[in-house]
Design a protein. Structure first.
Length: 212
C-alpha cells in the first residue's frame, strides 16, 4: 500500500470524529424531541426513527471506517513492537466497532432489553470504548520511548484516565438516564480530541518521510 494513501489514512483520526460530530448535530437538530443532555447518540440512529439511515451510514459507518484507517496508519508508522501493534489494533477495533454499531442499530429509545439487533448494538458499544481507552493508554507508554512522539505521552495517559472516568460515570447513569447524553459526549470529546491530535501528528510524520 502506497505511503501517500497511508498518509491520508492518518487524517482519519481527525476527519472521522469531525464527521461524526457534524452528523450528530444535524440529525439532532431535525428532531424536536431529542435532548443532548439526557439522550444517547445511538437514539439518532434507532430503528424506525427519522433520519436514522443518515446517522447510521454517515455518522457511525463512514466515521468508523475513517477511524479504523487512522489506526491502520499507526500500525504501519510505529515500530513493529508488541505494545505498539496491540495498541494500534485496539484503535482499529474501535473504528470497526463504531461501524458495526451503525449496522446493528438499537430499537427506538435504545432500551436495555429489546430486539436481537438492539442487544447486539448494546454488546458492541461498551467494549469498543474500552478498546479505545486501552489503546490510548498503551500508546502513551509507547510514545514515551519514541523521540518523535514523546511530547504526546503524558497527554495520552491523561486522556485515557479521563475518558475511563467518563465511561464509568456513563455506565452508572444508565439506570436513571440523567445527564447520560452529557457524559457520553464528554467521553467522545476526550477520545476524539486525542484521535485528532495524534492523527495530525502521524500525518506530519508520514509527510516528513515522503520528503526525505
Amino acid at each position: 500500500m502506497g505511503q501517500a494513501i497511508i498518509k491520508l489514512f492518518a487524517l482519519g483520526g481527525l476527519i472521522g470524529p469531525i464527521l461524526f460530530t457534524l452528523t450528530t448535530l444535524i440529525c439532532a437538530s431535525l428532531r424536536s424531541d431529542y435532548r443532548h443532555v439526557d439522550d444517547v447518540i445511538s437514539e439518532l440512529g434507532a430503528t424506525g426513527t427519522p433520519n436514522a439511515e443518515f446517522m447510521n451510514w454517515i455518522g457511525f459507518i463512514l466515521s468508523g471506517l475513517l477511524i479504523a484507517a487512522f489506526g491502520l496508519s499507526l500500525t504501519l508508522l510505529l515500530p513493529k513492537q508488541f505494545l505498539a501493534r496491540t495498541a494500534s489494533v485496539l484503535i482499529i477495533l474501535f473504528g470497526v466497532g463504531l461501524t458495526a454499531v451503525g449496522f446493528f442499530s438499537c430499537d427506538e429509545g435504545c432500551p436495555r432489553d429489546g430486539s436481537l439487533e438492539n442487544n447486539i448494538h448494546d454488546q458492541i458499544s461498551g467494549p469498543i470504548f474500552l478498546c479505545a481507552i486501552l489503546g490510548c493508554l498503551t500508546l502513551g507508554f509507547v510514545f514515551k520511548r519514541l523521540t518523535d512522539w514523546r511530547r504526546l505521552w503524558l497527554y495520552s495517559i491523561w486522556s485515557a484516565i479521563l475518558s475511563f472516568c467518563f465511561l464509568i460515570a456513563l455506565i452508572n447513569s444508565l439506570d436513571s438516564y440523567s445527564f447520560t447524553g452529557v457524559l457520553q459526549r464528554l467521553l467522545l470529546l476526550t477520545l476524539f480530541l486525542w484521535f485528532g491530535i495524534v492523527g495530525l501528528h502521524a500525518y506530519k510524520l508520514w509527510r516528513g518521510r515522503m520528503l526525505v
